[in-house]
Design a protein around this ligand. Structure first.
Ligand SMILES: [Zn+2]
Length: 198
């Protein structure tokens, strides 16, 4: 019997500044521009957060674009006045892109960091709204959510490959948005690629 319990909560809520972000401290930090944050549900809206992070350019500008779109990765990035450390985002992008490449080549390179890292998850057994017992794991930060989403895709044997047009990593297969044999992250990029070849 298939399980009716979905262990990863799509209810995970995160914050970002609707007025955007900028670089400070000579490109070492990403700071928010406005005073108020808005909340959104990254796992509900984006099935490919790990692909977006892995494909982020590993430069201050690349990090800035990622944070503008999805918010900072860590609680420090949201709470501290100094903002998000650019180096933290670059390290995460580097590790996940190396991991995806290793997964694609079925070969683990020695350059992959060996240090275990902590992922924070909260277990929610009772849903306060419905009083049902859904048993969900709710990640604490966007970075935790990304690791969880990646673990989900890898354990479900999703095909994780790069778009032939823009090199974005994306997952394909049942329950992962794109068809199993998809070579592009989107229909737009399939059309762009085919027009270019002509
Ligand atoms: Zn693409």
């Amino acid at each position: 019997m298939a399980s009716t319990i979905s262990p990863v909560s799509r209810e995970f809520t995160w914050s970002r500044d609707p007025e955007g972000y900028g670089l400070s401290d000579t490109g070492k930090k990403v700071v928010r521009s406005g005073k108020k944050l808005e909340t959104y549900k990254p796992l509900e809206l984006h099935e490919n957060l790990f692909g977006e992070l892995a494909s982020t350019r590993q430069t201050p500008d690349g990090v800035l674009n990622f944070v503008k779109k999805f918010g900072p990765l860590t609680l420090e990035g949201i709470q501290s006045a100094e903002g998000e450390e650019v180096a933290v985002v670059i390290e995460a992008a580097q590790t996940i892109s190396q991991l995806l490449l290793a997964n694609k080549r079925k070969q683990i390179p020695s350059t992959l960091p060996s240090r275990p890292r902590t992922v924070h998850l909260n277990v929610r057994i009772l849903d306060p709204a419905s009083h049902q017992h859904p048993f969900t794991l709710v990640p604490e930060t966007l970075l935790d959510a990304i690791w969880l989403q990646l673990a989900d895709a890898l354990s479900a044997n999703a095909e994780i490959r790069q778009c032939s047009q823009c090199w974005l990593w994306f997952s394909a297969g049942r329950g992962f948005g794109r068809r199993q044999d998809a070579k592009f992250c989107s229909a737009e990029h399939r059309i762009l690629f085919n027009n270019r070849k002509r």
